[in-house]
Design a protein. Structure first.
Length: 283
């Protein structure tokens, strides 16, 4: 057996060899994701503290109050300044479910679009360059999001539009899915903006309705997290955890199937342990 047979991956092109994942591989996308994950939690405490003052003012302004609410929601969520959970609860508390839910959804949509373009501007091609250094990651990204900017036609006419829309909806669906961080990730891998916006609205509708309803049920002043807890059903947290686990398992399973398909087609090399086992059998 030759040295080439003993090390079959040595002659593979560099793009096809799996490398150790490093934070620096993703350039500006890494720090941007870290900020998007941490900053909203800090801002949430500030929003809860000012809610008793803000909510009556917004409610008294009527239609103008809804417009201001949507604009502030969109800007602060899109820039990862405030958490969406607290803002959705504020909408239900100030305007009730009838107006609060549409207002929160419009805020989510505006925030997702702001987050998308800000992330694209900040990260550029850094994230995709990092993904391409790791063939398995590249396979999974292309499998999950075939409708991406720069891949020719985009939007509903793209053959991968529905698949991309489905995955974005699934990722957005869990109640504790991090909004700002997800914006960064999806924008950085250049998903097309049409399925991105549609998937955001569809996926976030159930959790937004639930949080707005809880905000609407709060009696007295929304002065702390305890006020929301008093209006939240006991099963809400456990159902949210269960949904998150199921979604993660689905994504892991579909990612694994995409990798296996790529190996079977020759797009990815076989795992080293399988190759070594085959060599031992031939010996």
């Amino acid at each position: 057996m030759t040295e080439e047979d003993k090390n079959p991956n040595e002659n593979q092109p560099a793009a096809e060899q799996e490398q150790e994942v490093r934070f620096s591989d993703f350039g500006r996308a890494g720090p941007a994701a870290a900020v998007a994950a941490l900053l909203p939690a800090i801002g949430g405490f500030t929003l809860i503290g000012f809610t008793p003052t803000i909510a009556p003012i917004l409610a008294d302004l009527g239609a103008l109050g809804i417009v201001i609410y949507i604009l502030v929601f969109a800007i602060t969520s899109g820039l990862a300044i405030l958490p969406t959970f607290a803002q959705a609860a504020l909408g239900g508390y100030a305007f009730g479910l009838t107006l609060g839910l549409p207002g929160a959804l419009m805020g989510f949509l505006g925030g997702s679009l702001i987050g998308y373009f800000v992330a694209r501007f900040i990260t550029g091609d850094d994230a995709m360059k990092g993904v391409q250094k790791h063939p398995k990651w590249n396979v999974v990204v292309r499998s999950f999001f075939p409708d991406r900017s720069g891949d020719g036609s985009t939007g509903p006419e793209h053959p991968g539009f529905l698949r991309t829309l489905g995955f974005i909806t699934l990722i957005r669906f869990p109640p504790n899915s991090p909004f700002a961080l997800t914006n960064i990730v999806l924008a950085s891998v250049k998903v097309d903006i049409v399925p991105y916006a549609m998937g955001t609205l569809i996926g976030m509708l159930p959790r937004t309705a639930a949080v707005c309803f809880m905000g609407h049920l709060v009696e007295g002043e929304l002065t702390s997290g305890d006020a929301l807890k008093s209006a939240r059903p006991g099963w809400f947290v456990w159902v949210g955890i269960g949904i998150t686990i199921v979604v993660l398992l689905i994504l892991a399973r579909l990612g694994d199937l995409a990798i296996k398909k790529a190996i079977a087609s020759g797009e990815l090399p076989e795992p080293e342990e399988e190759v070594e086992a085959g060599d031992q059998e031939t010996e």
